[in-house]
Design a protein around this ligand. Structure first.
Ligand code: NCD
Length: 307
C-alpha cells in the first residue's frame, strides 16, 4: 500500500512528532541529507497559481539531491486538449517517484489518488478545502517557538470560510488540548462543519483588537478573492482587518504571528520587524517540513516494496 498525504489526519501524533524531529535535524544538518534523494524525481503538478508552495517543493527536492518534473503551463500541456486529471496522474505515475499536486477544485486529489500504483501523492492544496503541507509549516513554527502543540490559545483571523490553510491547521490542532478564537467578518466565518467537529473550546468574534491580548498564536489570512462568486463580493470584505503596530501593542510579548502568505493588506509591513512576526520564518520551515515529508513517504514506499 502506498502512503499518501492528502489530509492532516493521514498521519498520527507519533508520525507528526517524527516528522518534526526529522525536519529539525534537516534544518541543523542540511549536508547530511544533500544526497538522500539522488536519482529520484518529484512531479510538481500545479493546476492553480502558486509561488511559495510550488517553489518550496522544488527547493525541498533539489536540497535532497533529487530532480523536479513540472507540469508546466496548463495552456501548453495536454490539459488544453481536454485530458482529465486522472489520466494526467496515471501517466505521471510512470515517470516520477513522488508527486505534489494542487488543484482549484476541492477533493480532486481524493478522487484521483486511486489511479496511482507507484508514486505517493502529496496534496499541495485542493480548492477551499485542505492544505496539509501548509499545516506542516505552521506546526513546525508553533512547536519551535512554543515547545508544544497543546495548551495554546490560537486566534484564526480573516477569511475562515474559504481559507484552506485555516481548515487544515484547525483539523490538526483539534487533536490537541487547545482553545480557538475565530475572528472573522460576518459571512466569512468558520464553516459550521468544522465548528461541529471541534473538541476544543472556541469562541467566534469579529473584532481582533479586543481578543489579541489573550492569544498565544495569531494566524492571519487574506481574503481568498478567487473563491468568491464575483470580485465585487470579495471586495466588500477587503480591508476587514489590519494588523499594525498599534493593534500589536495590545498583544502579549510572547504572541507569535503567523500567515500562510501571500499577504495582501491585512498585515502592515511595519509589523515585519517585530520579533513576534514569524511568517517569513514559517515559509522557510515549510521547506524543511516538505523535505521531511518527501523522505518519509519515499521511505514508506521502499519499505513496502521490500515486504
Ligand atoms: C495559501 C494557499 O494557497 O491556500 N498560500 C500558500 O500556500 N502559501 C494561502 C493563500 O493563498 O492565501
Amino acid at each position: 500500500m502506498l502512503r499518501h498525504f492528502i489530509e492532516p489526519s493521514d498521519f498520527d501524533k507519533r508520525e507528526y512528532d517524527a516528522l518534526f524531529r526529522l525536519a529539525a535535524d534537516i534544518a541543523s544538518n542540511p549536508k547530511t541529507y544533500a544526497h538522500a534523494c539522488d536519482g529520484k524525481i518529484l512531479a510538481s503538478l500545479f493546476f492553480e497559481p502558486s509561488t511559495r508552495t510550488r517553489m518550496s517543493f522544488d527547493a525541498a527536492m533539489y536540497r535532497l539531491g533529487g530532480q523536479v518534473l513540472h507540469l508546466g503551463d496548463a495552456k501548453v500541456s495536454s490539459l488544453a486538449k481536454g485530458e482529465s486529471v486522472r489520466d494526467t496522474l496515471h501517466i505521471v505515475d510512470q515517470y516520477a517517484d513522488i508527486c505534489a499536486m494542487r488543484h482549484p477544485v476541492a477533493y480532486t486529489q481524493h478522487y484521483a489518488v486511486d489511479v496511482l500504483k507507484n508514486m505517493p501523492l502529496i496534496n499541495a492544496g485542493d480548492g477551499d478545502h485542505a492544505h496539509p503541507t501548509q499545516t506542516l509549516a505552521d506546526i513546525y513554527t508553533i512547536r519551535d517557538q512554543k515547545g508544544s502543540w497543546s495548551n495554546l490559545k490560537i486566534g484564526f483571523c480573516g477569511d475562515l470560510r474559504y481559507g484552506r490553510a485555516v481548515h487544515s491547521l484547525f483539523e490538526f490542532l483539534n487533536d490537541y488540548d487547545d482553545e480557538f478564537v475565530f475572528i472573522a467578518p460576518k459571512g466569512l466565518d468558520m464553516p459550521s462543519n468544522y465548528l461541529e467537529q471541534s473538541t476544543c473550546p472556541y469562541e467566534e468574534v469579529d473584532d481582533l483588537q479586543s481578543v489579541i491580548g489573550d492569544l498565544d498564536v495569531l494566524y492571519m489570512t487574506r481574503v481568498q478573492r478567487e473563491r468568491f462568486a464575483s470580485l465585487e463580493e470579495a471586495k466588500r470584505y477587503q480591508g476587514s482587518y489590519l494588523l499594525n503596530q498599534e493593534v500589536l501593542n495590545h498583544a502579549s510579548e510572547d504572541l507569535i504571528v503567523l500567515h500562510p502568505l501571500p499577504r495582501v493588506d491585512e498585515i502592515d509591513i511595519e509589523v515585519d520587524d517585530d520579533p513576534r512576526a514569524l511568517y517569513f520564518e514559517q515559509a522557510k520551515n515549510g521547506m524543511y517540513m516538505r523535505m521531511a515529508l518527501i523522505l518519509t513517504l519515499l521511505e514508506a514506499k521502499y519499505e513496502n516494496s521490500r515486504e
